[in-house]
Design a protein around this ligand. Structure first.
Ligand SMILES: [Zn+2]
Length: 429
């Protein structure tokens, strides 16, 4: 075996706890300028974990690393996959973080597949993948054989739950691969959920760490000033991006304007000319929630809500269809694009999609009548724009006890929709 020398940055003091902890899963809630990628590159090459192993035999990769450390890297012949939220981020990661570090003679760069082969040891490869769509993430699933570790970058900014449960979970079984999840936090993201759970101890297998630029001894003294030129201090963006604070609330859906007195009513007579539509939030683990609303020339009223727990797509479709038979005609049901994904979940690729199965249930219950399920894509930016729209619709002014007609919000909720009301009021506080 030839000896290959690679320049690695020694982990800084604030990175040490995450670098030396023995746990297989490491979640890093680190703000900007904390050296996330630098540490990740080091662990990609040489692995991570303590010198002395606390695991029962076979519960880490120590047999692969010749007792050097618990978790192995490229030098041990394992592959490591680095996941970025979407193609642009994957491209940036590849160009700015990976290529410059891999330009030495120890690596062979395969630009076509965004892969770098390490020439030492067992010739493990570093792969860069995007989580832009389920198909790209799904391609990780087939890598099991040599996969030793997974790093997810900016994990608060993609469908981390899908990636973990359907792809990373199954792919890491073969070699008991380690998983590092790093990001700045984002309100309402699954990353924040994992951080909270790891922090409070309800995920004992996960190591949680928090860091900000202030912990980074390698930064110049004017670092705070430079950051303040990028992000306005004191704002939510500062608290998340820089301080890595785990802010409470929904997925950016905050309605500080929420007021029960103006947003909730018990109005029943909805004019027959109003148009009805439904929105469906498919829950893989949470209940599936359907809201049905009517839209007039000025107002939108959320009139009904339904929740379905632990049932198949067909059954939910069937039950919903029975309900719809008793209501004014609903024109369409807007649903998460994930339901239309052919390779969703753990099912075989050829089966009908969740949307197709639900549509079948609907049609059967409605005796052939068709209320189409339509896909809404939650791409980057789309969440923000729909939040803007909601906030605009929910804005109001004046006296909350008695707003004048033009001061009322354009979106209101019927008082029977108790779950939605509870959710909105949580997000408002
Ligand atoms: Zn160990």
């Amino acid at each position: 075996m030839t000896t290959i020398r690679v320049q690695l940055t020694k982990p800084l003091p604030h990175q040490q706890p995450a670098f030396t902890d023995a746990r297989r899963y490491s979640v890093r809630n680190w703000g900007r300028r904390t050296g996330k990628d630098t540490l990740s590159f080091t662990e990609t090459i040489i692995g991570r974990g303590p010198k002395t192993c606390p695991h029962p035999p076979g519960f880490c990769q120590r047999s692969i690393t010749n007792d050097r450390t618990c978790w192995a890297g490229l030098q041990d012949g394992f592959d490591v996959v680095w996941v970025a939220p979407a193609h642009p981020q994957a491209e940036l990661l590849w160009m700015e973080q990976i290529i410059p570090r891999c330009s030495g003679p120890g690596f062979e760069i395969k630009t076509q597949d965004k892969r770098v082969e390490f020439k030492g040891g067992g010739r493990g490869s570093l792969w860069v993948k995007s989580a832009a769509d389920h198909d790209t993430v799904n391609s990780i699933r087939g890598m099991g054989k040599k996969l030793g570790g997974v790093i997810t970058n900016e994990a608060a900014h993609f469908d981390l739950q899908y990636a973990l449960e359907n792809v990373i979970g199954p792919a890491t079984v073969d070699n008991g691969a380690w998983v590092t999840i790093q990001s700045t936090p984002r309100r309402g993201s699954y990353f924040n959920t994992i951080c909270t759970e790891a922090k409070d101890g309800s995920r004992p297998l996960w190591f949680y760490s928090h860091a900000t630029f202030r912990d980074n001894s390698a930064l110049p003294p004017n670092a705070e000033q430079s950051l303040a030129e990028l992000v306005k201090p004191g704002t939510d963006a500062w608290r998340e991006e820089i301080e890595a604070e785990l802010l409470a609330g929904g997925a950016g859906f905050v309605c500080p304007m929420w007021d029960y007195r103006v947003h909730v009513h018990a109005r029943n007579g909805i004019p027959p000319t109003w148009r009805w539509a439904a929105g469906l939030d498919w829950g893989t683990r949470d209940p599936t929630v359907v809201i049905i609303g009517a839209q007039g020339p000025e107002d939108t009223i959320i009139r009904y809500e339904f929740r379905y727990e632990g049932e198949t797509a067909f059954k939910i479709g069937y039950k919903l269809g029975k309900v719809l038979m008793r209501l004014p005609a609903v024109e369409y049901i807007a649903a998460d694009s994930q339901m239309f994904n052919r390779t969703d979940g753990n099912r075989q690729d050829r089966g009908p999609t969740l949307a197709e199965r639900m549509q079948k249930g609907l049609q059967q219950a409605m005796q052939g009548q068709v209320v189409p399920l339509v896909s809404i894509v939650k791409g980057p930016g789309s969440v923000e724009s729909s939040v803007d729209l909601l906030q605009e619709l929910m804005a109001w002014s004046g006296n909350p006890e008695k707003p004048l007609p033009w001061q009322r919000p354009r979106l209101t909720i019927h008082d029977k929709c108790t779950n939605l009301i509870r959710l909105s009021s949580t997000l408002g506080s």
